[in-house]
Design a protein around this ligand. Structure first.
Ligand code: ATP
Ligand code: MG
Length: 346
């Protein structure tokens, strides 16, 4: 087979691929492999480039006994560590004096590994979150059956706590279902016209008792004319409720909600409405900001649990905002309060 033909075949393989012949040198390298292993690899000894023992041993073995093999290759694409499964097959009749060569194809399995890690983490997190209230419930049931059997006062107190734990589980399951629903609809664009000023006013009204209990004041600053966006009214209500509730729960005693209309927002490349939820609370340490919208992520987990939070609120907010082709921005500095901004295209 001519070199051009070999190069042509390799170029047609949709994965990074190299050929190593009996001289133990690369005789062909396609563009994907050049991007992965470096330019100018052709003609070099494979062991000077593929230094990880698993791949090097597999190539040696395959050249020797012509048996197929697989190996793992670890790399880094500049942004993150990447993992490849390398499949090795012997191709007879090509290479130096027709002695045959090993074709090595690199399959990037980074995303698959991440997805399965995420799934495991998620199941682990859900189980953990459910177990805490369940353990409490089981404990109280035992106490009510045993020592507190005839103690009416203790019974009332325990039942109140049990109610709290059960509703916490209920909230968690509700949030999980809501996250699931939002995720499955993420590609379906909402169609209704929603008046944001009216919506925000009613959000604040609903949360007034929460704010009052915490001694916080909430104010709404909105233009005189109504601001409309295309959206899903229930989901937008969920977004504002969570952001304002967070500001009241974790933020300070002054929560400002500012609605404005921006002619053309650069981030969403369209005329857009902007809702800012501003608090004067303790703020969020910058180390937490990149992960804040992850499921179950809490900046201050003790405080959040104490407040009955599930840590799913902002994950739901992010998915809803994505569905609306909008943007969520969080700015915060320790001691300076936080600003959560939602930009929604008209
Ligand atoms: N305005 C804020 N100021 C300080 N910390 C905040 C603020 N908003 C959110 N956080 C932090 O971000 C975390 C994640 O918020 P999120 O809304 O996702 O979860 P949660 O409020 O704990 O639970 P849920 O919203 O499901 O009841 C919170 O636990 C809190 O630590
Ligand atoms: Mg919340």
């Amino acid at each position: 087979m001519t070199t051009e033909l070999i190069d042509g075949f390799l170029a047609a393989i949709p994965l990074p691929a190299v050929l190593v012949d009996q001289t133990e040198r690369f005789i062909a390298v396609n563009s994907g492999a050049a991007a992965l292993l470096g330019q100018g690899v052709k003609g070099r000894h494979f062991a000077t480039i593929l230094r990880q023992p698993s791949v090097a041993t597999a190539i040696e073995g395959c050249l020797r006994d012509r048996e197929a093999r697989t190996a793992r290759h670890l790399s880094n694409d500049g942004a993150q560590d990447t993992t490849f499964t390398v499949t090795l097959r012997y191709v007879p009749g090509i290479g130096a004096v027709g002695g045959g060569a090993v074709l090595a194809c690199f399959d990037d399995i980074t995303e698959r590994e991440q997805a399965s890690q995420m799934r495991r983490d998620f199941v682990g997190n859900v189980s953990h979150e459910l177990r805490t209230p369940l353990t409490a419930l089981i404990g109280f049931i035992e106490t009510l059956r045993g020592p507190a059997r005839d103690d009416a006062k203790a019974r009332d107190r325990f039942l109140t706590i049990m109610e709290g734990e059960a509703s916490r589980m209920n909230r968690l399951v509700g949030d999980l279902l809501s996250l699931n629903r939002v995720e499955s609809e993420e590609r379906v664009r909402p169609k209704e016209k929603v008046d944001l000023s009216g919506h925000l006013a009613s959000t604040l009204k609903t949360l007034a008792p929460v704010a009052e209990a915490r001694g916080a004041t909430m104010t709404l600053e909105a233009p005189d004319d109504p601001v409309f966006v295309t959206g899903d009214p229930d989901q937008l209500q969920q977004v504002f409720t969570n952001l304002v509730e967070n500001a009241v729960k974790y933020g300070g005693d002054q929560v400002r909600v500012v609605l404005s209309f921006t002619g053309r927002d650069l981030a969403v490349r369209a005329p857009a409405a902007r809702v800012q939820v501003i608090d004067n609370g303790p703020g969020i340490d910058p180390v937490h900001l990149p992960r804040l919208t992850e499921r179950f992520y809490r900046a201050d987990s003790h405080r959040s649990r104490e407040m009955g939070g599930t840590g799913l609120g902002l994950a739901i907010v992010k998915h809803i905002v994505n569905r609306h082709r909008g943007r969520l921005r969080v700015e915060s500095e320790l001691g300076q309060g936080s600003v959560f901004t939602v930009i929604l295209p008209e």
